[in-house]
Design a protein around this ligand. Structure first.
Ligand code: FES
Length: 129
């Protein structure tokens, strides 16, 4: 039912856990299934002087797909500029992980919302449009 990549990220999640000295936290939940995700980001300038995600961590209380999609999206976002990371869509997460069962697509969407929430919070608190 799950792809090898989904199982792998579930069994060996990347970037799991809160990180010290974060710049922003995106926290989202799904009231229907009860799953909760938090994505922590640290932001710094890249070589081009743009704001980029220098470090990222996550905490997810949820299903196999919730944990594996959060793990994958943190891998995809790490090192990207804030604007690039903001453009990651759940279809990109699915492409990276392999097919996600239709009833679990909302898990990937939740991970996207958690990342965007963290980036949005950083931009708001630093008055970046
Ligand atoms: Fe709801 Fe996975 S079942 S996030």
């Amino acid at each position: 039912m799950y792809s090898k990549e989904i199982i792998d990220h579930f069994q060996n999640p990347k970037n799991m856990g809160a990180i010290e000295g974060v710049d922003a936290v995106g926290s989202v939940g799904n009231p229907v299934c009860g799953d909760i995700m938090k994505i922590y980001i640290k932001v710094g300038k890249n070589e081009s002087g743009e704001d980029a995600i220098k470090d990222i961590g996550f905490e997810t209380l949820g299903c196999v797909a919730a944990i594996s999609t959060t793990s994958m999206i943190t891998e995809m976002a790490k090192g990207k500029t804030l604007d690039e990371a903001m453009k990651i869509e759940f279809k990109d997460v699915e492409s990276a992980l392999g097919e996600i069962p239709p009833v679990k697509l909302h898990c990937a969407d939740l991970s996207v919302r958690a990342l965007r929430e963290a980036i949005g919070q950083y931009k708001n608190s630093n008055r970046i449009s």
